[in-house]
Write a protein that binds this ligand. Sequence first.
Ligand code: NIG
Ligand code: FE
Length: 417
Amino acid sequence: MSTLFTHIKELYQTRTETPMPLRGKAMDELPSIKNAYLWVEDGLIKDYGPMTDFQPHAAEEVYDCSHQIILPGYVDSHTHLVFAATREKEFEDRIHGLTYEEIAARGGGILNSATALRAMDEDELFEQAQERLEQLIAMGTTALEIKSGYGLDTESELKMLRVASRLREKGTTKGHRIPIKTTFLGAHAIPKAFETDREAYLQQIIQEMIPAIAKDQLADYIDVFCEKNYFSVTEMLRILEAGSAYGMKAKVHVNQFNAIGAIEAAVKAGAVSVDHLEVMSESDYHSLAGSNTIATALPSCSFFLGLDYAPVKQMMERDIAVALASDFNPGSTPSGNLNFVFSLACIKMGLTPQQAFNALTINAAHALEMGAELGSISKGKRANLLMLNQRESLAAIPYHFGQSIIDRVMVDGVFTD
Ligand code: NIG
Ligand code: FE
């Protein structure tokens, strides 16, 4: 199957080399070609360039794109896409004055989601997650990470990860399959039954869950919610070490409500990314600067919970590699719309559209260790592309906040509509 796009009004994020995430000043630049061509063959980007260099050749489909912008698809490097039920009641409780942390302390929050997830059968969980996946793809997400963490017992954590793996294999109802990485987040909260014996739960994670998950090859990464009233830095390190013995690299929830030294520890443990970062101390910046760990900000979570936004501009000033993701989950971020994340990054965090788009594509791809195959228009990368009709520039996306103006999405060289 080959597709040729000619006279593309503007082709964005064209890069020959993408071995490392972008940092500092490099985030300001978004290379693009006006009046471009793009040739897709067998699901991959075969060639691209300015029309002045175009050599005509046969293709099964040819599109004149004089009124279209083409971009690489978004990569969502942090989601909790598999869940059983929404939590509107807690949303109302927060409007009435309770905080996210107070709701959790009353047994709501993550434990509430765990009760619902344990009760739901695997096929139904899959069908619900598949429906969400389809909605996300239509809004431009063309690769994602999915975490467990609402099972909190061995069988239910396995169930969540099996659902995520099945989504990777089967894709949408139409069979469109986007790259999916999976993350084991057994250390998301201490289950009720272990309230008075947290050590027993840690033992269950380390001795039972991690080996069982590794045996079935169900997780690429391991995650811990390292936060006051959840898991301490010491506990996080024990869990990361146990995961590492089975080849699971770290991607962790840190600094959402408190700076407790989790970043320094995670960076030392070789974390691929540290995510959230709403609350940053001076030493946290110091630990991240000069490291290979990617700082992933989740602005939709800040929007929904009314938290501060992660200070991404300060991070970029210190040459820290920054990515943006959705955090889609039923408690803190019931939206996986990366177009809205894009708007928040510009409006609330002060990023330029170019910086935000780099954080949502090439740097996000690196946050999933997929920088070699996703995140830019580069020869040999997957043809996971977005098309916009009749728009002036990339800035139209964050400008139209709360909407998706993505007209067409291509996955592995095939349009999804
Ligand atoms: O990333 N902070 C921890 N985990 C999720 C929220 C989980 C939930 O409330 O269900 C997050 O915000
Ligand atoms: Fe999260």
